[in-house]
Design a binder for this molecule. Structure first.
Ligand code: GAL
Length: 700
């Protein structure tokens, strides 16, 4: 089992500017090109680059034979140019000789096939050979460059789990058994936890337990769930191995590994706890006009993983990616507004994959800061302008986002409700549900933090729980305390269903949340594809009405003291409660028994936010976003227009737009993909930004 070594000491990244730049792969270019790179980087305001992420084979071409020369030279050149280095430990992918010598360290898929060399990340996270070599390489890097004055921080591995997050090989099976022994003590404990009497699954020896490879039919759900937990922990152990080496050799240098936004396979709460700074790679889909909404939730997670501390956007794309089926480029202006969105949400960096667009290999069609046309490329022109503009935002560095609403992100429930094969419906997906709930809050004007299911919740007025399939006493206790102290809680369908061993709670859902919510679920009531049921919500004169329910409903019964906000208005459930609210202590606890359409979510959340005394936007436009970062004196309110049409936003206080240096009017008009960052004295209330009617300029 992983040792979580939460280290109270936080090491700062050694850079005194917003980090701006990208992944840099000098080993794909001649040294002559390096000089041009550095000249253009300086012109574009680059302050930091990440390297040598995938260069282990170039640094150790033969076992024990190192070639540091080229890396020494480029690091010195960058340092002389004043560009800081996010130095990778170069362990993202093994050299071919290592895998050839130890084929057993290769990863296996769920059908028992070994994955071959030829791409990247060809390793089993549990492999002792891999772990030993990773520690050796990390030590060599740390000893060589640990005192280099250009070193800003350590970049460990790269996007853990991007290609291989689970491994089904014999070594993983041995590791899984050790993990299970630690969790359950003895075989009786395991047999009890896994409910092995169903379908004759009893184990009589630890050696009989394999990784959950493809089986004739659905696999024991607790085994599947434990395998998810184990796999996240196995990767975390690998991360910790590098951290331990770096802490020993370079105790003052910050460490990170770059996350992949809301990534299902790794519990980032655990990963963030052992590193100094959270970093993220974000690739909103350019073809999706609402991808900025998802990005807002991802960034809310990033800033919340370390309790609100600034994080770094370490990768993004200047225009198109090359790993989608169709790689749509970004319209002019989008790079800027998307980058500013990350800063708005607490990032102290804007970085790209990658600096110079590749000439060969798997990623040559992936956009970069410096496109194939070089200085003339649009991506260079736009990123150069952005790099220079970011200097004006220097005052926001280190400030924190203010939010009154938090969304519970719980990996256990995410895994439970997706790894398990036999569920009432496959339509209720944790991530989709979380995104739908977040979208309503975003549209109503609230930036959303994220929080663990056990809190802490005290900073917030409203806590939303889109789904908590797995709930135990500590989670129930945490939300009960929150409500009693005056918080407003809202819980989504299929919550409180099972305990941590995947056993249904006595009495059924919502299990330990039953008394707080004041409801009982008699039966989950999924809806067949193509059918839609309805809820009659609130009263028509309060602006409420009918909400459509695709996919999921529940037969619930409510206690007498529960306020039924919405009732089913069609089908077998007609007349039964659908959305409830129960006052408790100084707060309230609501339950939403259905999956709702986006408009329905907005109706329910507007009602809840008002009940909690929070403002909501009457006029809504999903493209208009406002987020405030603050220090003790100043609020920096980012106003962002993610759409091509102009928007007008009303500010509660006047201030100076840092991007133009001019006084911001009460109503700020933003052109398509426009942005403003208004600095004003810190207000007691978080500035709430509403939309306003089109102005003369807009109508013209
Ligand atoms: C990331 C990865 C980078 C690059 C990028 C392309 O997942 O960390 O190395 O491949 O994607 O979008």
């Amino acid at each position: 089992m992983t040792q979580h070594r939460d280290d109270e000491r936080i090491r700062e990244v050694r850079i005194d500017a917003l980090a701006y730049g990208g992944d840099y792969n000098p080993d794909q270019w001649s040294e002559e090109t390096w000089h041009e790179d550095i000249r253009l980087m300086k012109e574009a305001g680059v302050t930091m680059v990440s390297l040598p992420i995938f260069s282990w084979p170039q640094l150790e071409p033969e076992p024990g034979v190192y070639d540091w020369g080229w890396l020494d030279r480029i690091i010195d050149l960058l340092h002389e140019a004043g560009i800081r280095i996010d130095l990778a430990t170069a362990t993202a992918t093994p050299p071919s000789w290592l895998l050839r010598e130890h084929p057993e360290m290769g990863p296996w898929d769920s059908e028992g096939h070994r994955l071959e060399f030829g791409s990247r990340q060809t390793y089993c996270p549990s492999s002792p050979i891999w772990r030993e070599n990773v520690a050796r390489m990390t030590r060599a890097m740390a000893e060589r460059y640990g005192e280099h004055p250009g070193l800003a921080m350590w970049h460990i591995s790269n996007e853990y789990g991007d290609h291989v997050s689970r491994c089904w090989c014999p070594e993983s099976a041995r590791h899984f058994r050790r993990w299970l022994q630690h969790r359950y003590g003895d075989l009786d404990g395991l047999n009890e936890a896994w409910g092995v009497n169903v379908w004759g699954q009893r184990y009589t020896s630890w050696d009989h337990i394999e990784t959950p490879k493809k089986a004739p039919g659905p696999i024991n759900p607790t085994k599947l769930l434990d395998f998810e937990r184990f796999s996240s922990d196995a990767m975390l152990e690998l991360f910790q191995i590098e951290i331990d080496v770096l802490r020993e050799v370079t105790p003052d240098i910050a460490v990170t590994t770059n996350f992949m936004s809301m990534f299902r396979d790794l519990d980032y709460w655990d990963f963030a706890a052992v590193e100094d700074i959270v970093t993220d790679d974000a690739y909103p889909e350019p073809a999706d006009p609402t991808s900025h909404v998802g990005a807002a939730l991802n960034y809310g997670l990033m800033r919340s993983l370390k309790g609100g501390r600034p994080w770094l956007l370490l990768e993004s794309s200047a225009s198109a990616t090359s790993w989608r089926d169709i790689n749509v480029p970004k319209a002019p202006g989008k790079i800027r507004v998307e980058s500013l969105q990350a800063v708005a949400h607490g990032s102290d960096a804007v970085m790209f994959f990658q600096w110079r667009q590749a000439k060969y290999g798997q990623e040559k069609f992936h956009s970069s800061m410096l496109g194939h046309r070089g200085e003339r490329s649009r991506s260079y022109q736009e990123t150069k302008a952005l790099g220079l503009e970011l200097r004006k935002l220097e005052p926001v560095r280190g400030t924190r986002v203010r939010s009154r609403v938090a969304l519970v992100v719980d990996w256990d429930s995410w895994w439970g409700s997706s790894a398990v094969e036999s569920l009432p419906s496959q339509r209720l997906q944790w991530a989709q549900q979380a995104r739908a709930w977040h979208r309503a809050l975003h549209t109503l004007g609230h930036p959303v933090d994220t929080v663990r299911a056990t809190g802490p919740f005290d900073k917030y007025d409203v806590v939303v729980v889109p789904n908590l399939y797995i709930a135990e006493h500590p989670q129930a206790e945490a939300v009960r305390t929150f409500v009693e102290r005056g918080g407003h809680l809202i819980v989504g369908p299929f919550s409180g269903v099972v305990d941590a061993t995947e056993k249904v709670h006595d009495g059924g859902a919502p299990g330990p949340l039953r008394d707080l919510l004041g409801i009982e679920v008699d039966e989950q009531w999924p809806i067949a594809d193509g059918l839609v049921e309805r809820i009659a919500y609130g009263s028509a004169d309060a602006g409420h009405g009918t909400i459509d329910v695709p996919s999921w409903a529940e037969w619930i019964e409510a206690d007498a003291d529960v306020d039924v906000r919405g009732r089913y208005a069609s089908g077998v459930l007609e007349g039964l409660p659908a959305v409830t609210r129960r006052r408790s202590g100084a707060g309230s606890a609501s339950y939403v028994s259905a999956m709702l359409t986006p408009d329905g979510m907005i109706t329910v959340f507007a009602d809840l936010l008002r009940a909690a005394g929070l403002p909501v936007r009457d006029q809504i436009d999903v493209n208009a976003e406002a987020v405030t970062r603050s220090d003790d004196q100043t609020d920096y309110t980012f106003l962002l227009n993610h759409g091509a049409q102009p928007v007008a936003l009303r500010l509660p206080a006047s201030g100076i737009d840092l991007l133009t240096g001019a006084e911001a009017a009460d109503v700020v008009e933003l052109d398509g993909y426009g942005a403003a960052v208004v600095a004003s004295p810190r207000a007691a209330e978080i500035p709430f930004i509403t939309l306003t009617t089109p102005t003369a300029k807009e109508q013209a």
